[in-house]
Design a binder for this molecule. Structure first.
Ligand SMILES: [Zn+2]
Length: 474
């Protein structure tokens, strides 16, 4: 029998605010434990929260980028539960009136076709602290408590581990473009819960679902989901049934394990947060914020192809990172041949970034400087090998390509008289090779061109050297 999987994700994304969601404590990562805390985020009785407006703005921007409807009136709610890493014994979240509703992301499937993964909602909430386990004791670091999160909930439209991966990558790219989150997975900026079920093909009703909590790598989601879908199918094939439960991914063993069943599920007793006012957004406010929206990756790829005449492959590589796309466009507008800019950035520049573990923002060569170097090649002032040498110098210390060419005397020699002299020299020094060529040995010609380039210290215009050599040899 064939089975269809239905997967929904709940993605928690850390918003890029300077301070926490209800207090002024900084959100910077990596501080010593419990140094970024105050009575509000430690949950002292009587401490009053105050809403961080920037968290709302960033969530609304995310909603606009993801095609959501922005809710003009939403509110915060208390979600009651007890965990040691949550000092108030409740989490301030949103229940029945989230900030954003609907929307979706179009993903590209392996066969090149497109599929829309629908979103249910996006709401904001506060993060909890972090349990720390040492050899002899355990402790809690509350630095993360109160960090603003948005939770993006999808419809169960995802049908495989590959689709889940494609969705997460597309989401990450969009959020990074919008500057709403650093989406740094190592720092826990993006974590997700994975709900999955399977049903026999032909059956409309969704199967019983299980939930995998707190996955923090895309690779982990892919592996866990591949395992979980196969496990559920094999369970049904054996005539068994799926229990609605929360499961945990054991990365080392490569299996999912039951954690708690539905019977132990929490009743969160949601009720409106009495210490915070409802969130009311006017259309004028949303329109004003929308002005800060960037061009999204898909759109930018299409525009880069039409504006600069570069192939789809190039547009895909260059637009994967907003800063890289900006760098390319700044360079491309200054060169005569934008495809040359694309080639330089995709090969020479990106190879350097990989080799030295740098980001494009850390590169010393400005787009204007790179454009000048590319134009020198296009104008045949220097040849490509010389340009690569100059690039190495510029990469290490920055600087102007034209000035380096002048200072080091690297300009290509395109003066026919000067090259003719060198050609004569090469012919005079290699009588045997010349005789071989005249006797019909074609390879000898290449050798002579090489000699001309060598005598000119690589500066002769190769096309001109070829032409003159041919003329001289008759
Ligand atoms: Zn605080």
């Amino acid at each position: 029998m064939n089975y269809i999987a239905n997967v929904g994700l709940e993605v928690h994304v850390q918003l890029k605010t300077r301070t926490k969601i209800f207090c002024g404590c900084p959100t910077t990562f990596g501080a010593p434990p419990n140094t970024h805390v105050c009575p509000v985020c430690l949950g002292y009785p009587g401490a009053m929260p105050a809403m961080n407006a920037e968290a709302i703005r960033l969530t609304v921007l995310s909603g606009l980028m993801l095609g959501c409807q922005i809710n003009p009136a939403s509110k915060m709610d208390r979600k009651n539960y007890y965990y040691p890493d949550m000092p108030k014994n409740y989490q301030i979240s949103q229940y029945d009136q989230p900030l954003c509703l609907g929307g979706g992301i179009e993903i590209t499937l392996a066969d090149g076709s497109k599929k829309k993964i629908g979103l249910t909602r996006i709401h904001i909430e506060e993060d909890v602290g972090k349990n720390m386990h040492f050899t002899a004791s355990s402790g809690i670091d509350f630095n993360r408590a109160g960090t603003p999160l948005m939770e993006i909930v999808t419809e169960p439209d995802i049908a495989s581990a590959d689709e889940a991966m494609a969705f997460l990558e597309a989401l990450k790219e969009i959020l990074a473009y919008g500057g709403v989150s650093d989406v740094n997975l190592e720092e826990g900026n993006l974590r997700c819960d994975v709900n999955s079920s399977v049903r026999p093909a032909g059956q409309e009703k969704l199967g019983t679902k299980t939930e995998l909590k707190n996955m923090n790598t895309f690779k982990g989601v892919h592996r866990a989901l591949s395992y979980e879908i196969a496990r559920q199918i094999s369970e049904l094939e054996k005539g068994g049934r799926i229990r609605q439960e929360t499961r945990r991914w054991d990365d080392l063993a490569g299996v999912t394990l039951a954690m708690r069943s539905k019977e132990e599920a929490h009743d969160y007793r949601y009720f409106p947060e009495p210490d915070l006012l409802p969130i009311v957004l006017t259309q004028a406010q949303v329109t004003e914020w929308a002005k800060a929206l960037p061009e999204l990756p898909e759109k930018r790829r299409a525009r880069m192809m039409s504006d600069y005449g570069i192939p789809e492959y190039d547009a895909g590589v260059l637009s994967a990172d907003k800063a890289l796309a900006d760098y390319f466009e700044a360079t491309a507008t200054l060169v005569k041949n934008p495809k040359a800019a694309s080639n330089w950035i995709m090969t020479t520049v990106m190879a350097k970034l990989t080799e030295l573990h740098l980001t494009i923002g850390e590169v010393k060569i400005t787009p204007a400087q790179l454009a000048k170097l590319i134009n020198l090649v296009e104008a045949k002032t220097i040849n490509l090998p010389t340009a690569k040498e100059i690039f190495e110098l510029m990469f290490a210390q920055g600087g102007d390509a034209g000035e380096i060419v002048k200072a080091k005397g690297l300009a290509q020699v395109s003066d026919a008289g000067a090259i003719e002299k060198i050609v004569d020299e090469a012919i005079a020094a290699n009588p045997k090779v010349v005789a071989d060529y005249k006797g019909g040995k074609e390879a000898s010609f290449k050798f002579l061109v090489g000699q001309v380039m060598k005598l000119s210290k690589g500066k002769a215009n190769p096309a001109l050297a070829n032409e003159l050599l041919k003329k001289k040899l008759g």
